[in-house]
Design a protein around this ligand. Structure first.
Ligand SMILES: *Cc1c(COP(=O)(O)O)cnc(C)c1O
Length: 553
C-alpha cells in the first residue's frame, strides 16, 4: 500500500444506506427515461480499472505534453471517427473531446469571435439555451431569428436581418436537431444568403448535439456537415452514443484554429482547448463504444430508433395529442399531457408541447405504458391549453360548439366562412367528414357570438344542424369514425397566420378545388400563428394546393 492512502475508514452504515437508496432511485427512474436524449444502453464495466489513475488530457490532443497520465492517442482516434462521420476533409480539421455539447458550442463561437471580433451572431428562437449563455460569456452581439413552426430557422427573417447588417461579418449558429422539435436549420439556405449579400467574411457553426450522431446514418439527410460548408461543429457524446459522464466533441477547420493558438510553458503544450485539465476517461468511453458497437452498429441502431419514433406516433395518435416528428429525427412532439405523466416519464415540456425521444434504450412496452398512462381519466391533458381528446372517448367540454351536417355539404367550409365573416377567431377545432355525414367541434374566442352567428346562418338557410353544446349521439358517432391510424401517414401540417379568416381561406381553397377534407384539427396555436393538421381524400393534390403553407412532410 502506498503511504497516506486516503480511504482511512470504511463507509458508515448510514452512508452506505444513502448510496444504496440513491442506486435504487437511479435504477427505478431509468426505467421510465423517455424525454431526454441520453442513451442509457451502454456497458463500460471493462473500463472500471482506469478509475485508479488521475487521467488528465490537459492541452492539445495532437501535441505531446509533460503530463503523461493521459489518453491523447485514443482521443485522436475518436476524433478521426467523428471526422469521418462529419465528412471533414482529410487532415483539415482540428478538435478535442469536450465536456459536452455546450463546451463545443462555446469553443465554436469563441473561434468565430477571435476570427471576426466585429461579427454579429445569428441564431434561432429554437436554439439550445446554451447558445444564449455562451454569447453572454463571450460578450458577442447577437440577434435572435424567428423560428418556423417546425422548429427550423426562418430564412426570410434571417434574410431581412442580414440585409440590414451587410457591413458586419455574420456568425450563424445553426441548430442541427433542435432540442424540442429535432429540426435541422437549412444550412444550404443560410449559405446561399451569405452569397446573395456577398458576405465573404462569415462563419457557420453547427450545434449538432444529438443529431450529429443521427444524420450520418439517415438516408438522404438534410445538409449539416463539413461537406455542406460548416466551419465548426459540436456533438454530445453522452446523448446518442451514451456515457456515464457527460462528454462531447468539437471539430473546427484547422486553418482557423492555427490563427488563434497560444503555447504555454507550464504544461509544455499548446493551450488550444477551453478547459485546461480535461477528462481523459470519457475519451476511453467513446473509443470503447466505437470499438465495440462500432460505426456499423450505429448504422443499425439509428434506423431502429426512427422506427420506434414512428411506432410512438402511431400509438399516441389515437389519443388526440397530435404527435409528429421530422422524418430524420427520433424526437416525437405532442400536446403536453398532465404534470403527473410528464413527471413520471421525465418528458421535457415547452409551453403546450412535450416530447419524447426514442433513444436506443426505449422499448415498445414503455411507449405502450406511457400511452396507457395518458389515457387514464386522471391524466387528461390538464395542463394543456387546448383540450382536444380522442373524439370517440371524450365528451366535448362545456366551451365547445358542435355542429353536424350532411355529407352533401362542406360543413367545415360553411362554418369557417361564417366565423371569418363575423371576425371571430377559432381557438381549437376538430372536424370530420365521412360518407355518413360531417361534424365540426370548435372553440372560439367569443362563444356566445359564435353561437349567434352560426344559428343565424342556419336560419338563413345554411345546411348544417343547429350549433349546440349538446353533441348528441350522432355527432359522437361521426367523431368516432375518423380512422387515426390510417389517416396519420397522409396528414399534412399547415401553418395559419393569426388573422381571422385564415382557416376559412384554406377550407375554401380546398372546397373550390373539389378536395374533401376528411379530418382537420388544430395542433397548436401560438401567438402569431397556428398549425393545423389536414387529411384530404386526395393527399397529393392537397399537398400541392397548399404547398406554400405546408410545414412538414
Ligand atoms: C443537449 C443540447 C445541447 C447541450 O449539450 P450538452 O451536452 O448538454 O452540454 C446543445 N444543443 C442542443 C441542440 C442540444 O440538444
Amino acid at each position: 500500500m502506498p503511504t497516506g492512502t486516503w480511504q482511512t475508514s470504511p463507509l458508515s452504515a448510514t452512508d452506505r444506506t444513502r448510496l444504496d437508496d440513491l442506486f435504487r432511485m437511479l435504477k427505478d427512474e431509468s426505467s421510465r427515461f423517455l424525454g431526454y436524449p441520453c442513451n442509457r444502453n451502454f456497458d463500460y464495466s471493462e473500463l472500471a480499472r482506469f478509475l485508479a489513475f488521475p487521467i488528465n488530457n490537459v492541452g492539445d490532443p495532437y501535441v505531446p505534453s509533460n503530463y503523461h497520465l493521459e489518453t491523447h492517442a485514443f482521443e485522436r482516434e475518436v476524433l478521426a471517427v467523428f471526422e469521418g462521420l462529419t465528412q471533414a476533409p482529410a487532415g483539415e480539421t482540428w478538435g478535442y473531446i469536450t465536456n459536452g455539447g455546450t463546451e463545443g458550442n462555446h469553443y465554436g463561437l469563441f473561434l468565430a469571435r477571435e476570427l471576426y471580433p466585429d461579427g454579429i451572431v445569428y441564431y434561432s428562437q429554437d436554439a439550445h439555451y446554451s447558445i444564449g449563455k455562451v454569447l453572454r460569456c463571450l460578450g458577442l452581439p447577437s440577434i435572435m431569428i424567428r423560428s418556423r413552426p417546425d422548429g427550423s430557422i426562418d430564412l426570410d427573417d434571417l434574410r431581412e436581418t442580414l440585409r440590414i447588417h451587410r457591413d458586419v461579418p455574420p456568425i450563424v449558429c445553426a441548430t442541427i436537431g433542435t432540442t424540442m422539435k429535432g429540426a435541422v436549420d437549412d444550412i444550404a439556405g443560410i449559405r446561399s444568403l451569405f452569397a446573395e449579400f456577398a458576405l465573404g467574411r462569415s462563419y457557420l457553426h453547427a450545434d449538432a448535439a444529438l443529431s450529429g450522431m443521427i444524420l450520418p446514418f439517415v438516408d438522404s439527410p438534410p445538409a449539416w456537415n463539413f461537406s455542406h460548408g460548416i466551419d465548426s461543429i459540436a456533438i454530445s457524446g453522452h446523448k446518442m452514443i451514451g456515457s456515464p459522464i457527460p462528454c462531447g466533441v468539437v471539430l473546427a477547420k484547422k486553418i482557423n484554429v492555427e490563427r488563434i493558438a497560444r503555447s504555454v510553458e507550464y504544461i509544455g503544450t499548446l493551450d488550444t482547448t477551453l478547459s485546461g485539465s480535461r477528462n481523459g476517461l470519457t475519451v476511453l468511453f467513446l473509443w470503447y463504444a466505437f470499438h465495440t458497437v462500432g460505426v456499423e452498429g450505429f448504422r443499425a441502431i439509428i434506423p431502429a430508433c426512427l422506427e420506434m419514433a414512428a411506432y410512438a406516433i402511431e400509438r399516441l395518435f389515437p389519443l388526440g395529442v397530435a404527435p409528429w416528428r421530422h422524418p430524420y429525427s427520433n424526437t416525437v412532439v405532442f400536446r403536453r399531457p398532465s404534470a403527473e405523466v410528464t413527471s413520471r416519464w421525465q418528458l421535457a415540456c415547452q409551453g403546450s408541447h412535450s416530447h419524447l425521444i426514442t433513444m436506443p434504450h426505449v422499448t415498445r412496452e414503455q411507449i405502450d405504458e406511457l400511452a396507457r398512462d395518458m389515457e387514464r381519466p386522471t391524466s387528461l391533458h390538464a395542463s394543456c391549453p387546448i383540450t382536444d381528446r380522442h373524439p370517440s372517448t371524450a365528451q366535448p367540454s362545456d366551451d365547445d360548439i358542435v355542429l353536424v351536417g350532411t355529407s352533401e355539404h362542406d360543413l367545415l367550409d360553411e362554418v369557417s366562412q361564417a366565423l371569418a365573416e363575423a371576425g371571430l377567431s377559432i381557438e381549437a377545432l376538430t372536424a370530420v367528414a365521412v360518407d355518413e355525414g360531417s361534424v365540426v367541434r370548435l372553440r372560439v374566442n367569443d362563444r356566445a357570438a359564435a353561437l349567434r352567428v352560426l344559428n343565424q346562418g342556419l336560419d338563413a338557410g345554411r345546411e348544417y344542424g343547429r350549433a349546440s353544446t349538446e353533441p348528441g349521439d350522432r355527432a359522437l358517432d361521426l367523431l368516432s369514425r375518423i380512422d387515426y391510424q390510417q389517416a396519420a401517414p397522409n396528414s399534412i401540417l399547415v401553418r395559419l397566420d393569426d388573422r381571422p379568416g385564415e382557416l376559412a381561406s384554406v377550407t375554401h381553397q380546398c372546397h373550390e378545388a373539389g378536395i374533401r377534407l376528411q379530418a382537420v384539427r388544430f395542433l397548436w396555436r401560438g401567438k402569431a400563428s397556428a398549425v393545423i393538421e389536414l387529411n384530404g381524400n386526395e393527399p397529393e393534390r392537397l399537398r400541392s394546393l397548399l404547398v406554400n403553407r405546408v410545414i412538414l412532410n
